[in-house]
Design a protein around this ligand. Structure first.
Ligand SMILES: [Zn+2]
Length: 435
């Protein structure tokens, strides 16, 4: 596929984008009803001509992860010989789920990532070092690598956990990367490793850090503590990219850093409340995505379970595509405290912002009255407890029980999972939380 970013709809006017989206959604309905057994019944009685206005899409049924898990083979849009890759999605939104892609799907995903990289200002003159895992089942590493190659920049696949001083030194000295792509905590660990081994990172040619997986923004679209830390360590500008395997779609920010842009020719984006009704821009709700042009597992109005909001107004970068805020947490991980809904992201951002906190775990349980009971274990000196409690209160508006713990105890509570898991949800039945 030729990479031609000029063909993207993102610089068209809002009205033109809307008009094209209506046509694309009509074609999408036609496609899923023809190729997907699930949608033939799910959309019985619906025809493409039912969509005459963009608001009409809100009348169509949603697709949930539970439906995907229960009927996965009925969703398939192609016969088995056309499948070229299978991945297993992570378990954060439920049980792991196999997902398939055609050659065209992989090209589409690469194009989506390349558009994002192009939007950050990456060109063929850049040298991109990917500190991502390309093995196991994850789609993420492959998607970023293919996207980087599509921009014609020079790419180097480094992986995660570069700790040998010689390897680090050689990578930085010989490749001289201008862009690093990876999870923020991996980028931070790499910089600290370098520092420890006497290698300067702040003066390196690295100018951009494209962060995946963990968020780098606060609800107010300011850099969080982790983003500030890696920006200072590398002397570079931080960008964020959010993607999910199910939707095969990536949202990313531009140099203005005022929300993550959707690429409207690849996805139609909605934010809905608990009852599935659209919410006004700026209001928090669940992200619903309709990926366009997917062959393997085409989806319509997929409820991602991720909470965010649409950023009001147009971006000053000139793109008129819709922008979403940072992911504030999974809908299932919201909890209430004295009647206040608490989102995971402000809470974890607050904990990350306190230097003395070396690790932490937020434990959610039901108390005897079936309300949410919250305990935060922090690996920090007791003298820092007041500072930590104040940061939590400022970010969430509530006082939460915070106990001093230590790293081995917290790790044992995570049951040996090496990946940093900030929230342990032990609630038996999730309360329905209004959003
Ligand atoms: Zn922008």
């Amino acid at each position: 596929m030729d990479f031609r970013p000029g063909l993207s709809w993102e610089f068209l006017s809002r009205e033109e984008i809307e008009e094209k989206s209506v046509r694309a959604l009509r074609n999408h309905i036609r496609h899923v009803k023809e190729y997907s057994e699930f949608y033939r019944t799910h959309l019985s009685g619906v025809t493409p001509d039912d969509i005459t206005d963009i608001a009409d899409i809100a009348e169509l049924p949603f697709t949930t992860r539970e439906e995907l898990a229960a009927h996965s083979s009925r969703f398939l849009g192609v016969p088995a010989p056309q499948v070229v890759e299978t991945v297993i999605t992570g378990g954060t939104g439920g049980a792991p789920l196999p997902f398939i892609f055609t050659a065209s799907d992989l090209e589409r995903i690469a194009y989506n990532h390349a558009l994002h990289f192009h939007g950050t200002g990456i060109t063929e003159r850049d040298r991109i070092m990917l500190l991502l895992s390309l093995d196991r089942y994850a789609l993420e590493g492959m998607a970023h690598y293919r996207g980087a190659v599509m921009t014609s920049a020079n790419s180097m696949r480094v992986g995660i956990g570069v700790t040998e001083p010689e390897e680090l030194r050689n990578n930085l000295r010989f490749f001289r990367p201008t862009v690093l792509i990876g999870n923020p905590s991996v980028l931070r660990a790499a910089a600290l490793d370098c520092e420890e081994k006497g290698i300067t990172t702040a003066g390196s040619p690295v100018a951009k850090l494209v962060c995946t997986d963990e968020g780098v923004y606060t609800r107010e679209l300011k850099c969080n503590a982790m983003a500030q830390s890696i920006a200072a360590l590398w002397g570079a500008e931080v960008f964020s990219l959010y993607s999910t395997t199910e939707t095969a779609v990536a949202y990313g920010d531009c140099p203005v850093h005022s929300g993550l842009h959707a690429h409207p020719e690849l996805v139609y984006t909605e934010i809905v409340d608990d009852d599935g009704k659209p919410v006004p821009d700026g209001t928090i709700g669940e992200l619903v995505a309709t990926p366009l042009g997917v062959e393997g597992v085409p989806l319509l109005r997929y409820r991602t379970g991720d909470m965010t909001f649409k950023v009001p107004g147009n971006c000053s970068c000139g793109r008129n595509s819709c922008r979403i805020g940072p992911i504030l947490g999974r809908k299932s991980q919201l909890f209430t405290c004295n009647g206040t809904v608490v989102y995971p992201l402000p809470l974890t951002n607050a904990l990350d912002s306190v230097e003395e906190v070396k690790d932490y775990l937020v434990i959610l349980e039901n108390d005897s009255g079936r309300a949410d009971s919250v305990t935060i274990q922090v690996a920090a000196p007791p003298a820092a407890l007041q500072k930590i409690s104040a940061a939590i209160h400022e970010a969430t508006g509530v006082h939460l029980q915070t106990l001093v713990s230590n790293i081995p105890t917290i790790q044992s509570l995570r049951k040996g999972n090496s990946k940093k898991i900030p929230i342990l949800d032990r609630r038996e039945s999730r309360q329905k939380v209004p959003v």
